[in-house]
Design a protein around this ligand. Structure first.
Ligand code: AMP
Length: 143
């Protein structure tokens, strides 16, 4: 299974904020959209960074209630690791594990195609395992 298979199931919708969006706005969007992270996009649509629940917690722990008025650009991770639609599920699991993050934007030739989360990866893995089990059962019954 490949990243493109995940995207064809979940679609290419990407939730994002601008670099000057406040932490309060980010928290509201993460909660409202039931996601764990948001991409930070510049006005030209290029990826400026990523903010996740972890960044919100870190900002709160460091700045207390003042954190709510900080802007995305002050708390985001700027070096965003991305993946390609042709990457395998195993490859992106490795990337997430090594990088200790749970979200990967999907980019091909500079074009943003979607975002996969660890939840999507686990779901794809479970589906794969279910298919394998069914194929094995069919093989045994046929034999
Ligand atoms: P997460 O586990 O995705 O909630 O993120 C943990 C930390 O890694 C946060 O500081 C995020 O900003 C950062 N992060 C999340 N996804 C990525 C990514 N694809 N590339 C680089 N950093 C990331």
């Amino acid at each position: 299974m490949f990243v493109s298979d995940i995207l064809s199931q979940k679609g290419s919708e990407i939730f994002s904020v601008g670099p000057r969006s406040s932490v309060a706005e980010i928290a509201w969007q993460i909660s409202d959209r039931r996601v764990g992270s948001l991409l930070v996009l510049d006005v030209d649509g290029s990826v400026a960074g990523i903010v996740s629940e972890r960044d919100l917690v870190r900002a709160l722990a460091t700045h207390g209630r003042e954190a709510l008025v900080l802007e995305a650009r002050q708390i985001m991770t700027r070096e965003v690791v991305t993946c390609d639609p042709d990457d395998s599920i195993d490859e992106i699991m490795q990337i997430m594990t090594n990088g200790r993050f749970r979200h990967l934007p999907v980019v091909r030739r500079g074009e943003l195609l979607g975002l996969v989360s660890i939840g999507d990866v686990v779901k794809a893995r479970l589906e794969e395992a279910r298919h394998e089990t069914e194929a094995l059962k069919a093989y045994i019954v046929a034999g």
